[in-house]
Design a binder for this molecule. Sequence first.
Ligand code: NAD
Length: 277
Amino acid sequence: MPDSSVPEEPSSISREIVELARMVRNAGKCVVLTGAGISTESGIPDFRSPGTGLWSQVDPMAVLSATAFRTKPEAFYQFILKLCETLQAAEPNDGHRALATLEEMGFVDVLVTQNIDGLHQRAGSKNVLEVHGHLRTGTCVKCGKTYEMGLVLDAVRRGELPKCSACRAMIKPDVVLFEDPLPIDFVLAQQAVVESDLLIAVGSSLEVAPVCYLPAMASHLAIINLMPTGYDSRADVVIRAKAGRALTALVDAVCLGSDGNGRSEQGNGRNGGSSIE
Ligand code: NAD
């Protein structure tokens, strides 16, 4: 007869997930860094997985650059319109929801995302740093007046270039374009990673600068990604699985506790340690 007082470990929880759960529970401060790979299960293609529709006909660096915005604004905005329609049709997936749960439970302190799709916030994550900006609003390049992206896209659909109602200068989406300086969120992300005990990188090739430098600043590193990354060899744990499944299993494992005895005595969240042994 199985002992019913001992919680059964779900068979989907691999040894790596259990090890990562232990690290999460013991981390004084845990930061998660997400990339386009966490949103592929919501139907949004990433840049680097083979044959991904949205990006297969265009070079993202050419079409989403500050030069393209300045020199070919019509083509730039036609692409932004298509991109926004793709993002708006998407819903948060199990991976986004699992990260929101981990934050709510007190196990994730800061979520740094390279994504511009807003799905983390829609899943319930609160402390999100958007190091590549977002597509919720646009700003006049001259006077700084801010506009809801819906209004900006209405102008594009009418065949017009979105111009500021106050000064008639162009409105630029609040996304960080190639060639743009990085926003304050990147400085805050750097600080959060340096102060953390654990960085979990999820669904990112970790190749896009300067975000690709963040894992090198982490004292402990875990990677959840379908394909190998340049940081795998220095990571404490590498989980080669889909983000949705891996993060759902991580929530289960964190709840079970690495020793299988349930939540820590401290109650909400981690074991209260300031570092990972
Ligand atoms: P990337 O395309 O370079 O890498 C994505 C990685 O995710 C790949 O290594 C791939 O193997 C992995 N992956 C794909 N699906 C996965 C899944 N279900 N589970 C786990 N891993 C999965 O993406 P990046 O590193 O974020 O860098 C590209 C840039 O693209 C970023 O600057 C980002 O702003 C931008 N981007 C954003 C979105 C979005 O907002 N959703 C979409 C495309 C690109």
